[in-house]
Design a protein around this ligand. Structure first.
Ligand code: ATP
Ligand code: MG
Length: 655
């Protein structure tokens, strides 16, 4: 065996061809579970080991932080290098890393912060208020998505070309206002991260050249979900470098966020890949699971077309459970898990997948009732809980006092006698002078522009922040000091309810999270800012705690993962396919791809289920079974029959 043959072991011929492809652009286009990610990781090892490329010359981009961590872990196994040394991450994560390094060239303050979706929404509402526009006429969500679309297309307000119509002029005005508020507060939204990183390179040719030289190899997993901005960014970087792109057109599920399948075709034109490798052998799932997946996806018209096969044998049929209602469905899933998880290696190897986060609550309750451990990804994430957001807002002010959103959140929380009128005076001053709320506060305190009482309360608040800023503490000490000295802990202690107990526990957990983060942090970027970014960018996928339990997540998050036992629930018309998607052009095909992603996560056993009645967002609805069920070939699905006694038990849960 030659020195590098070990890297090609356990690969089939097509996979080997991809891993050992010549140093040129390469495209691997293949179905689910055919080893794309495995090939990408082996390719990195091959480049380092066989082609003698330095690990620092590699940039690997993947879609989720979970996937990035997995890549780092596996590379470390093969090559024994520190994962932090590698540039492996999501597009957003990498863009952020670049912006922190070169913040000045990107025209950003050193302590810039990231807005999550909800905060962006709040910011839009603030803009509407400033401009005296009615939210009914200008729904904030629509304005928000308009702004994001512009950014994804590469346009800041100055570049937007618009007609003279009132509607488009107003949207532009709102965008302008939003943008200047973000600028002033040093805040970036998700779309900003990508656009800024793109402009940073485009407008600084020397810097770009430095990175072009540095990253001789760029590897992209889940290429089908790349959006226009990411594609442009990649093109800019990879002019002289080699791109190794891996994707599956049948798994493109982010059309609603601007991802465009056409990029696979464009890549072929723009980069003229030297090799186009197709993989069709699936190593993940049983024949039955693949038959279901193949049958379903064959209903889509927009496909490059491929059929997965396996040597693994037929396996068990796919079971379909028709539930009386959502409680019954959850009860069924929890009972099954309890009965057979050990067969699949324990709870942590089992997953429950659903279309929308709101479905998780009933499932959680059913699991809790049976004492089944679980981990939930997404949903109301730890870092999105109100008390955690409050503590983080203080930390954000410490990183960057001009962060207006953070200021607004905590200026009078816990209550410290700063009334609405006072805050309105500060806002008005800030608007008049185009400055941040913090600066406005300083100015008003300086020129005695406030009543004595208001002035005193505000001065105390400023003093509090300034004192905290001056402390020289470790990150977890800082967090602890913040929750104590700002009065957050005392506020919840005074209330003494069960809810408050939980909030106090969460605050303590935050301090632990800070500790854990600092212990693992090895980069040379400022720790506090890095942590704050982590809470926005990585919070959703990190899950909570370290419980080894059943994994609950939406289908979108499940991409790229695999589990021996999978439950795919809520297969009802209007939920899955989702009614909003049905209203969109190509929406149904995207939903079907999402279902294909779900089915192909299963390795050995898949359960499908639907409920005849469901309570979601406080409303009960009755639905027909999803059309996707009928698109699965006959002979693959088998209904689950429960004894009538069993069904009665579930029915009794129904209020
Ligand atoms: P997805 O489209 O879902 O992201 P993928 O194409 O990236 O899937 P992988 O996750 O790389 O597929 O591989 C699926 C499973 O098959 C993994 O468990 C992987 O280890 C295994 N596998 C891949 N290739 C081989 C092989 N040649 N021999 C044995 N197992 C393999
Ligand atoms: Mg993969």
């Amino acid at each position: 065996m030659s020195n590098s043959d070990f890297l090609l072991q356990n690969l089939n011929i097509a996979q080997r061809q991809a891993v050992s492809a010549p140093l040129a652009h390469t495209l691997v286009l293949a179905g689910a579970g055919s080893g794309k990610t495995r090939v990408l990781i082996q390719r990195m090892a091959w480049l380092i080991h066989t082609e003698r490329q330095s690990p620092f010359q590699l940039l690997a981009v993947t879609f989720t932080n979970k996937a990035a961590k997995e890549m780092q872990r596996r590379l470390q196994q093969v090559l024994n290098i520190k994962p932090q040394a590698l540039w492996v991450g999501t597009f957003h994560g990498i863009a952020h890393r670049l912006l922190r390094r070169h913040y000045a060239q990107a025209h950003l303050p050193a302590g810039f912060q990231i807005l999550d979706n909800q905060e962006q929404y709040n910011m839009v509402r603030r803009v509407l208020k400033h401009t005296n526009l009615d939210e009914k006429e200008w729904p904030p969500r629509q304005v928000q998505s308009h702004i994001n679309q512009q950014k994804e297309g590469g346009f800041y307000p100055e570049q937007v070309e618009t007609g003279n119509g009132y509607h488009s002029q107003t949207l532009l005005k709102l965008y302008h206002h939003y943008h200047s508020l973000c600028q002033q507060s040093g805040l970036l939204d998700f779309a900003d991260l990508l656009l800024r990183a793109y402009l940073l390179w485009r407008d600084n040719p020397e810097l770009l050249a430095q990175y072009q030289q540095r990253f001789a190899h760029v590897l992209v997993d889940e290429f089908q979900d790349i959006n226009p901005m990411q594609y442009r960014w990649l093109k800019l970087l990879a002019q002289h470098n080699r791109v190794f792109a891996v994707g599956d057109d049948d798994q493109s599920i982010y059309g609603w966020r601007g991802a465009d399948l056409a990029h696979i075709h464009r890549f072929q034109q723009d980069f003229q890949p030297n090799q186009l490798v197709k993989l069709e052998q699936n190593y993940r799932s049983t024949g039955m699971i693949l038959a279901a997946a193949n049958g379903l996806i064959a209903q889509n018209r927009q496909r490059l077309g491929k059929n997965l096969w396996t040597q693994a044998g037929e396996g068990a049929p796919i079971y379909l459970y028709q539930a009386y209602n959502d409680l019954d469905e959850a009860g069924f899933i929890a009972d099954k898990l309890q009965a057979c998880a050990t067969q699949y290696g324990g709870y942590q190897h089992c997953a429950v997948l659903y279309r929308v986060n709101a479905q998780s609550r009933v499932l959680e309750e059913a699991l809790l009732k049976r004492n089944i451990p679980y981990r939930i990804y997404g949903g109301l994430r730890f870092y999105e809980r109100a008390e955690i957001k409050d503590a983080l807002a203080y930390l954000r002010l410490l990183a960057h006092v001009d962060d207006d959103l953070a200021y607004e959140r905590v200026v009078n929380f816990p209550p410290r006698g700063i009334g609405k009128t006072t805050v309105e005076t500060v806002r008005a001053h800030a608007r008049r002078h185009g400055c941040s709320l913090w600066q406005a506060t300083t100015a008003l305190l300086g020129n005695a522009g406030l009543s004595a009482r208001a002035g005193q309360a505000l001065a105390k608040f400023q003093q509090l922040i300034q004192n905290l800023k001056q402390r020289d503490l470790t990150l977890d000490e800082l967090a602890q000091t913040v929750i104590e000295q700002t009065g957050l802990i005392a506020y919840y202690q005074k209330k003494r309810g069960e809810k408050e107990e939980m909030r106090l526990e969460n605050l303590a957990e935050l301090v632990r999270a800070c500790h854990q983060f600092s212990a693992q942090y090895e980069e040379d970027l400022p720790l506090l800012s890095a942590f704050l970014t982590h809470t926005v960018l990585e919070a959703g996928e990190a899950g909570q705690g370290t419980v080894q339990g059943v994994q609950l997540m939406t289908l979108h998050i499940a991409k790229g993962l695999e589990f021996p036992l999978v439950f795919l629930c809520g297969l009802e018309e209007n939920l899955f396919p989702h009614q909003l998607a049905l209203a969109e052009l190509n929406g149904l095909e995207e939903e079907r791809r999402l279902c294909y992603v779900g089915i192909t996560r299963a390795m050995r056993q898949l359960y499908l289920s639907y409920a005849q009645a469901r309570c979601l967002h406080g409303m009960e609805s009755h639905s027909r079974p999803s059309r996707f069920i009928s698109e699965i070939p006959i002979g693959v699905l088998e209904p689950v029959h429960l004894s009538s006694a069993h069904q009665t038990v579930y029915r009794n849960h129904n209020p």
